[in-house]
Design a protein around this ligand. Sequence first.
Ligand SMILES: Cc1cc2nc3c(=O)[nH]c(=O)nc-3n(C[C@H](O)[C@H](O)[C@H](O)COP(=O)(O)OP(=O)(O)OC[C@H]3O[C@@H](n4cnc5c(N)ncnc54)[C@H](O)[C@@H]3O)c2cc1C
Length: 418
Amino acid sequence: MKIIILGGGVVGVTSAWYLTQAGHAVTVIDRQPAAGLGTSFANAGQVSPGYSSPWAGPGVPLKAVRWLLMAHRPFVFRPMADPRQWRWLARMLANCTSAAYDRNKGRMVRLAEYSRDLLDELRAGTGLAYDDRQQGTLQVFRTQKQMDHLGDDLRVLDQYKVPYEILDAAGCVRAEPGLAAARDKLVGGLRLPGDQTGDAHIFTQRLAAMAAERGATFLYDTTIRGLRREDRRLTGIDTSRGRMDADAYVLALGSFSPAMVRALGLDLPIYPVKGYSITAPIIDATLAPVSTVMDETYKIAITRLGDRIRVGGTAELAGFSTTLRAPRRATLEHSLTDLFAGAGDVPSATFWTGLRPMTPDGTPIIGPTAIDNLYLNTGHGTLGWTMACGSGRVLADILSARKPDIAYEDLALARYRA
Ligand SMILES: Cc1cc2nc3c(=O)[nH]c(=O)nc-3n(C[C@H](O)[C@H](O)[C@H](O)COP(=O)(O)OP(=O)(O)OC[C@H]3O[C@@H](n4cnc5c(N)ncnc54)[C@H](O)[C@@H]3O)c2cc1C
């Protein structure tokens, strides 16, 4: 089948890889000059099935008020005169119940675990390297209250047989020796040994090159302007290079997905949630993290990527703004220097922002639509890197009329009509 993939981020490129492997003639279109230059460019680098959780959870509305008042706040809200922002917020709040949290976390963990296994397979089968490490995540708690709230998460981890260890402060330092000087700031931690790390941008570019070697076409510097529909089918897309057509289309435009299909009558519950990262060269490897350390207080991930430290976090509801804000950088620097003082060259760190394509329930949207030949692989929010391989493979299986290896019906857009 001839398939056009709209968007060459980590999700579009993994889709291209698995669809090419399944024997389809694939073309990926992106407005950027190369793959992985959107939100996939400088994320926190976690491949974290164990940490896969929706942001909507019991107690989150109250916590959000507290976060807004913190000097180094993990959450920033810029109210806008955009009904989509308010509608998305209302839908997210509706997911802040225990039942919804368990259901949503279960879906995310299922897909993320599958995705991590496929990533292992891909590395083993192709030798693909991307500053990757397979040494787990350590979530560190600075208060007893944070540790006491672990119950809900552990229940789902047990249900999906995700291994974990609960550590005291000394155990955290054993797992991450760079934390030694910060030991007294920690109460304990949750270690998720099955988690991994890696540079999503390097991965995306190298996988795109491998897919191209196997026959996929990548059209960069090409802006998609609109989709053409006749009855229940797409008949083509309009781009800055003219009209193009295919048998089937995969929408993988991240935060820009809803606007592309709104005129077709499709309502995608995805809203951009802005995040920031800094990337600092390592100056003392003995003081740097071994893998990812998740600073629960500030909701910041600190990850070793080769000879660099990536620090990522902040959830800012500010529409499509990509302004780099100095206070957000200060928060990332604070978490890094507080836990890993002397590890990185902080003043020379690069500063970046990206828009997470978030659904209200935290789970991506993968599968068919009411338009027969239009498929979705979008809305990956906080964990698109973690879930990319699994999402690409599930989508390729659906398009190839093969039964996916994991349950997939509840990942489709139809769950929002239920
Ligand atoms: C600060 C931060 C930290 C994060 N940390 C992690 C993490 O540690 N682990 C994790 O798993 N996830 C993380 N994420 C989330 C992850 O980065 C995203 O979920 C993922 O990158 C989404 O990938 P995507 O391919 O859907 O979107 P994108 O990478 O944004 O790709 C969409 C593509 O569509 C293209 N496009 C858009 N509109 C058009 C158009 N009209 N015409 C042509 N092309 C178009 C864009 O150029 C872009 O390349 C983080 C995100 C942020 C912001």
